[in-house]
Design a protein around this ligand. Sequence first.
Ligand code: NAD
Ligand code: DAU
Length: 358
Amino acid sequence: MRTYLVTGGAGFIGSNYIHYMFEKYGDTIRIINVDKLTYAGNLENLRSIEDRENYTFVKADICDTDVINEIFEENDIDRVVHFAAESHVDRSIKNPEVFVKTNVLGTLVMLNAAKAAWELEGGTFKEDKKFLHVSTDEVYGSLENEGEYFYETTPYNPHSPYSASKASADMLVKAYMDTYKFPANITNCSNNYGPYQFPEKLIPLIINNALQGKKLPVYGDGKNVRDWLYVEDHAKGIDMVQEKGKLFETYNIGGHNEKRNIEIIYIILDTLQEMLPDTDSRKKLISRDLITYVEDRKGHDRRYAIAPGKIKEEVGWEPDTMFTEGIKLTIKWFFEHEDWMRNVTSGEYKKYYEDMYK
Ligand code: NAD
Ligand code: DAU
């Protein structure tokens, strides 16, 4: 039975990935999820699978070398899928240190632990051991002109402390592949949306605020472009790269779904109107009048857009869920998980929100 070590599996994409993997592979794999449970980690995301015999949760910091080494010593790990990171750009602008610690040093700890466990005498590696580092398109910087795309060959040009920390982590993974022939892949994905996304990010924040008749904060002129991918398609891409991709390669993951932020907000408002029954009192609260232009994000990247040709040709990956369907699935999920939203927006979130949007 193949054993996966997933880091950051209690977060948004990590938890969707774990659900995806158990749905696809059932009892034929084992997953160990290592997560520090920061503000972004939530075990509620994994409630439906937590009792499985082939699932183990370990609460730990990926920067803790001893604990991470111990996990590799006590388990014969076949696959590492490394999600754990500080992931929110706005938080990185206010407090960069933790981004460097977790995203850079934490990745180094993971690389060293996997290398120590998998390396054979003579510097080769045990058969069929693979490390996948989950990264972002933000490492490529910002596109200014229509028709330009991020390719795997696009030079790195990160702007925010978040993207600089992810770029640094990517460089470490590349260095381990080049220096030691360490068996790894890197994926650089565009903006994800879907179930379990923490409402500091644009789409869940707008859904949550709109349903409460709260202001909808738009940074700058609202014309910044992001390339949105349904999270399950990302999970599928990660699995396919690990099983069908060429070792040592980087793959961009994106579904050609570029939209201006203001467009996203209009779509969410229209979809909420369409999906809420007339009897639901929240329907009257939803209006474009809630849109409020606020001060721009510092160093705000203008446009992201992935060229997904390589993953399509070499791995056979394509997204299954188009945005019109994915946004409905997402809104439906939030309708059905009001308690989840209530729980994550109490406590620390309240303080963050008041400070961020004051
Ligand atoms: P998230 O913030 O929702 O989840 C991060 C998870 O990592 C949380 O469960 C948190 O508790 C855990 N974590 C943080 N610091 C840790 C530490 N020191 N030790 C152990 N666990 C720790 O993030 P996400 O949106 O799910 O992103 C996951 C990964 O995917 C990140 O590496 C991110 O850079 C990358 N990514 C995200 C997107 C996106 O749109 N969200 C797109 C492309 C790539
Ligand atoms: O591109 C991949 C990246 O996507 C990931 O690496 C990051 O982890 C993830 O957080 C996301 O980064 P963004 O900064 O693009 O996502 P965010 O949801 O924070 O913002 C999306 C766009 O919406 C961005 O242009 C800023 C804008 N925005 C965001 C918020 C939270 C607003 O206009 N208002 C808001 O309140």
